[in-house]
Design a binder for this molecule. Structure first.
Ligand code: P6P
Length: 345
């Protein structure tokens, strides 16, 4: 008898505490998790997946070279969820526009945004990648959703999660009642509750940023990172460690496990390209912000709470500074009164 609670038992007991939920979100989540298990199998095969790995001949709407696994993972996600009757439509990093559930299937009350394989450039070097998803409610009176129906503030999310394909496969999820982590048992194909009620430490001595862009950063971020580098002799009076996996799911999972601050801030390089950040609001920043806040952390652009941003485009990019409250609050305070970099229009 496993000492751990299965995901199905956990979510069923959570649902019992919400008698009016009707089980629709549970039903959708079970299909999302089914997609994640299939993606875990594919990524776990590595080069043995033959034709499935390597670069595709295409670019996504972001202008990023797609991997075959990006496209496969996107297709797996759609196939696993569109039929279930709980979903009305979906939006993905890998698709220019949103997709309404076809008329051959019943449409439900939820919308989902997702990045099917975040950090996919790490596949070729066998470093962790992940799936990120966010679940919203279909606006009242809408039957077939279009892009505008997905443009909801992060505070409207009913669920957010990620699946990390790492040394083990982990699902981390919030439905607004705290954050819980589940590990996949490859033998049975079940997820088991291994990190109940995750709480993000308020303090940290670990920061996460791509240091190679430091000459492009805004002064508040340069000031904070310089203070971390100054260590115990500097104003923060402690030594810091630095980590950068270049896979948001892996970097955010680490700070949920042991504290930290993850930053993909605005920089002059991005502004010159006309981008308001690197990471996408609807399927990276918002779901991760929901999880981080539910675990007791803070998620900001440096100048505003990420989950209060009113989206204006499906693939909108934002600056991201999230993690341990004391550190994020400090970086936000350094932004006070400063003028943001003008984005080329
Ligand atoms: P850079 C992966 O492509 C991603 O979207 C995030 O997962 C990750 O944090 C970031 O980009 C890495 O960006 O510029 O360091 O390669």
């Amino acid at each position: 008898m496993s000492q751990y609670t299965s995901f199905y038992k956990f979510i069923s007991e959570e649902q019992r505490e919400r008698p009016f939920s009707g089980g629709k979100l549970t039903g959708l989540l079970l299909e999302v998790i089914s997609a994640c298990k299939k993606i875990a199998f594919l990524t776990g095969q590595g080069q043995l997946a033959g034709q499935a790995v390597g670069a595709a001949e295409t670019e996504n709407v972001q202008g990023e070279q797609q991997k075959k696994l990006d496209i496969l993972s996107n297709e797996l996600f759609i196939e696993s969820t569109q039929w279930c009757g709980y979903l009305a439509g979906m939006a993905s990093e890998e698709m220019d526009n949103s997709l309404s559930v076809p008329d051959i299937y019943p449409r439900g009350k939820y919308l989902i945004t997702f990045d099917p394989l975040d950090g996919s450039s790490n596949i070729d070097i066998n470093v962790s990648v992940g799936t990120i998803f966010s679940i919203l409610e279909l606006p009242q009176g809408v039957d077939k959703p279009t892009d505008k129906d997905f443009l909801q503030q992060g505070i409207k999310q009913v669920c957010a999660g990620y699946c990390l394909y790492g040394t083990s496969t982990m699902l981390v999820l919030t439905t607004g009642n705290g954050v819980n982590g589940f590990t996949l048992d490859p033998g049975t194909g079940d997820f088991f509750l291994t990190m109940p009620d995750i709480k993000l430490p308020k303090e940290t001595n670990e920061y996460s940023i791509n240091q190679s862009y430091s000459r492009h950063w805004e002064p508040p971020v340069q000031r904070y990172v310089d203070e971390c580098l100054a260590g115990v002799e500097g104003p923060l009076e402690k030594n810091y460690n630095m980590r950068w996996v270049a896979s948001m799911v892996a970097d955010v999972h680490r700070l949920l496990c042991r504290g930290g601050i993850f930053m993909y801030p605005m920089d002059a390089r991005l502004a010159a390209k006309g981008d308001a950040g690197k990471l996408r609001l609807l399927y990276e920043a918002n779901p991760m912000s929901f999880i981080v806040e539910q675990a007791g952390g803070v998620a900001s652009t440096g100048r505003e709470r990420i989950m209060e941003i009113r989206p204006n485009a499906l693939h909108q990019r934002v600056p991201v500074i999230m993690g341990s409250q004391v550190e994020v609050d400090r970086v936000v305070s350094y932004h006070d009164g400063t003028t943001p970099i003008a984005v080329a229009g």
